[in-house]
Design a protein around this ligand. Structure first.
Ligand code: IPM
Ligand code: MN
Length: 358
């Protein structure tokens, strides 16, 4: 049985890093008979240009019976004057909502070979290994937005079931890690955060009493991510806080260009559709130059192989190949200004490692 994967290259550096994923998948497919059926479709600014819509119906239809979606990046200055639902980003938000991709997992780890590159002192980084579990289909992103006279409003809404499902996933993931959940909110100010905290406490007591739970206010969390990042294991948080904290946390790893993500629609990703994408954006400042770091994309492919295709062996091999390239001093320009390699050269190194190993 073939595994249908929909590729959505998107905008800016999206197509450049996506092309590297295609190269790597072809080799792994050959090697492990993964039987991948990869089809490309439009999203974001590219879809606006060609079809006048950031998420064309044919893209939605193609995704609806897919095993997984692999996305590059979305947006750019070309579409900056567009508003609301006409913007490229609306395509991403709509695909998240349409396929109920409520759980965004963003692992933050530290590779020894990148520890000199992080702006943080090396001793602060020791032991950094966290998983940000970001709620992805609620909160400010999806509330009513409107203008009235000279004011603008965004509404933030969360329901108990929305909080429960992401909380259950956060706790169950913690059980396979260091058994600790830091739930991040702003319960001293926001009503949605008070409901969040109540719900997390209830699920903890009723279903996961063996997991350590702490509540952290989002402002304090932003500080602790810098002052004692190794104290975190699973960070469980709502949509906007998770967006902001994950960009901050990426600096622990060295660069925004190295962090992958998975967005799941079910607790068991082998059973429902999931979307995989780098956490970085379309980086219009470097787009078209062939210098983007493909690592976040390749590590997203590894997450896809592990979670959606349930193929741990190829996932591990790909991760090892990325890390081995860094260990060998193969860095793109975001990680080193000393003889940096191009996007394709980094992938060459990854492919070399794979063919030497299998
Ligand atoms: C992300 C991105 C998106 C988000 C943007 C492009 C809408 O920043 O995936 O983190 O805010 O969720
Ligand atoms: Mn973001």
């Amino acid at each position: 049985m073939s595994r249908k994967i929909i590729g959505l290259p998107g905008d800016g550096i999206g197509p450049e890093v996506y092309a590297q994923a295609v190269r790597v998948l072809a080799i792994l497919d050959d090697e492990f008979q993964l039987n991948i059926d990869l089809q490309e479709h439009l999203i974001g600014g590219a879809a606006i240009d060609q079809q006048g819509n950031p998420l064309p119906q044919e893209t939605v239809d193609a995704c609806s019976d897919a095993d997984a979606i692999l996305l590059g990046a979305i947006g750019g200055p070309k579409w900056d004057d567009l508003k609301g639902a006409d913007r490229p980003e609306a395509g991403l938000l709509k695909i998240r909502k349409t396929f109920n991709l409520y759980a965004n997992l963003r692992p933050v780890t530290l590779q020894e070979s990148l520890s000199e590159i992080s702006p943080l002192k090396k001793d602060r980084l020791l032991g950094v290994d966290m998983l940000i579990v970001r709620e992805l289909t609620g909160g400010l992103y999806f509330g009513k937005k409107y203008r009235e006279g000279d004011s603008a409003t965004d509404t933030c809404t969360y329901s108990v079931p929305e909080i429960e499902r992401i909380t259950r996933l956060g706790f169950s993931l913690a059980k396979d890690r260091s058994n600790k959940v830091s739930s991040v909110d702003k319960a001293n100010v926001m009503e949605t955060s008070r409901l969040w905290r109540e719900t997390v406490n209830r699920i903890h007591t009723e279903e996961f009493p063996e997991v350590d739970l702490e509540h952290v206010l989002v402002d304090a969390c932003a500080m602790h991510l810098i002052s004692k990042p190794s104290a975190f294991d699973v960070i469980l948080t709502e949509n906007l806080f998770g967006d902001i904290l994950s960009d901050e946390a990426s600096m622990l790893s060295g660069s925004l260009g190295v962090l992958p993500s998975a967005s799941l629609s079910t607790q068991d990703p082998s059973k429902g559709i999931a979307l995989y994408e780098p956490i970085h954006g379309s980086a219009p400042d470097i787009a078209g130059q062939g210098v983007a770091n493909p690592a976040a994309m390749l590590l997203s492919v590894a997450m896809m192989l592990r979670h959606s295709l349930q193929h741990e062996e190829s996932a591990l091999l790909l991760e090892k190949a990325v890390y081995a390239s860094w260990n060998a001093g193969v860095f793109t320009a975001d990680l080193s200004n000393n003889n940096p390699v191009s996007t394709t050269q980094f992938t060459d190194s990854v492919l070399n490692f794979i063919s030497r190993t299998v």
